[in-house]
Design a protein. Structure first.
Length: 88
């Protein structure tokens, strides 16, 4: 059984994984900011300053980062498939 367990660190991350993770975090920050900026409008209180609305635009930036990560991953998989076809 000991021969089956790995002793060293395993790097199973694919290209683009970091962009997807960063995109999710930035999107979440933007989503929370959007909820915070919309709440005063629904509650009838004074709206937040313009900076709060600018932070809510991070939602789109996060989506773009995640999409770029997915496209990078797809490109790497296509490259790997082409190399596999040439080797065969």
């Amino acid at each position: 059984m000991r021969s089956e367990t790995r002793t060293g660190p395993v790097d199973d991350s694919a290209p683009g994984d970091g962009l997807v993770k960063a995109g999710v975090v930035v999107f979440a920050v933007g989503a929370v900011a959007t909820l915070v900026t919309v709440a005063p409008l629904l509650l009838g209180t004074d709206p937040f300053p313009t900076v709060a609305y600018l932070v809510s635009m991070l939602m789109g930036v996060g989506f773009a980062l995640a999409a770029a990560g997915v496209l990078r991953s797809v490109a790497a998989q296509r490259r790997q498939a082409r190399q596999g076809q040439r080797a065969a």
